[in-house]
Ligand binder design. Structure first.
Ligand SMILES: Cc1cc2nc3c(=O)[nH]c(=O)nc-3n(C[C@H](O)[C@H](O)[C@H](O)COP(=O)(O)OP(=O)(O)OC[C@H]3O[C@@H](n4cnc5c(N)ncnc54)[C@H](O)[C@@H]3O)c2cc1C
Length: 259
């Protein structure tokens, strides 16, 4: 089974980020890393291909400056190859523009299944994978915590607030995975060395049959008007046990719908 997995390469969250003063877009310069959210998609895809007993995992990414650092991490985990779309005309591309680019790149991989994360870490809308599915005319299943593939169908346990739904649809389909569903493997030394030689197909927007007015600032339907600092975290409540602490903690957890 061939799986295409969307992999976003993002600025390292451990380093202080900055915004471009005019566009308020995140500055994406220097080395980018594999989005932690997407490491779950990569792991899930590798496991599905292994369980199917054949096929391969192809990474698909859109990133500035022909950046491949994040892709190399995912290749070192075991993906076979990558498609990278990088082009100056992509500056300012919004979620739908990104979906157009990813959908066109995914088509080239002719996958049986497309996997993405539910939302990215660096500035998410959580809309891109569903847009990719629509553009490809494929079914879309979101918030997957378990995926099984057999008989040309994908069966998904889909996380809900109350538990999970069981969803089944024909392949090919686009499935987004929830963070934490699988334990992403660490790339081995052998994997890291092998990743250096794995193919990364570098594409421009024109290679995908797209025109510059469909992407970048020209094609964007979203604009960042304002940016506000996140509220500071409030201090937690200290519960002093006077014999009823467990009752108060249970009531608190119930209020949060955690129990
Ligand atoms: C107004 C605006 C301007 C922007 N300008 C730029 C810019 O100049 N340069 C720039 O690099 N980005 C820019 N971005 C961000 C970029 O377009 C995002 O990658 C895109 O909007 C995807 O949306 P998201 O991050 O909300 O993805 P989400 O919907 O949160 O992503 C969910 C999943 O979709 C997949 N995915 C999303 N994006 C990518 C990707 N790029 N490659 C592979 N898989 C992906 C991943 O699996 C990801 O985990 C801009 C965004 C906006 C809204």
């Amino acid at each position: 089974m061939n799986v295409a997995v969307c992999v976003k390469q993002i600025p390292d969250p451990a380093a202080p980020g900055s915004l471009q003063p005019d566009t308020k877009n995140l500055v994406r310069e220097g080395k980018l890393i594999l989005d932690d959210s997407d490491s779950y998609g990569v792991e899930m895809s590798l496991q599905l291909a292994e369980r199917a007993g054949g096929g391969e995992v192809t990474l698909v990414s859109m990133a500035p400056h022909e950046e491949t650092s994040g892709l190399r991490t995912a290749l070192a985990m075991g993906a076979a190859k990558a498609i990278l779309v990088s082009d100056d005309v992509l500056a300012g591309t919004d979620a739908l523009g990104t979906a157009k680019v990813l959908a066109a790149a995914i088509k080239r991989a002719e996958p049986d299944l497309v996997v993405a994360a539910t939302e990215s870490t660096d500035g998410y809308t959580g809309t891109t994978p569903a847009q990719v599915a629509e553009l490809l005319g494929l079914p879309s299943v979101t918030f997957a915590k378990k995926i099984d593939v057999s008989d040309g169908k994908v069966r998904v346990e889909r996380q809900t607030e109350a538990g999970f739904d069981e969803v089944e649809c024909p392949l090919p389909a686009v499935v987004t995975v929830t963070a934490g569903v699988v334990e992403p493997r660490y790339p081995s030394f052998k994997g890291i060395m092998a990743a250096k030689g794995k193919p990364v197909e570098q594409l421009k927007v024109a290679d995908l049959g797209l025109t510059p007015d469909q992407v970048g600032v020209a094609g964007a339907r979203e604009e960042v008007f304002d940016v506000a600092a996140a509220e500071e975290r409030k201090a937690g409540e200290v519960v002093v046990d006077e014999g009823d602490a467990y009752e108060r903690i249970i009531a608190f957890l119930e209020q949060l719908k955690l129990l």
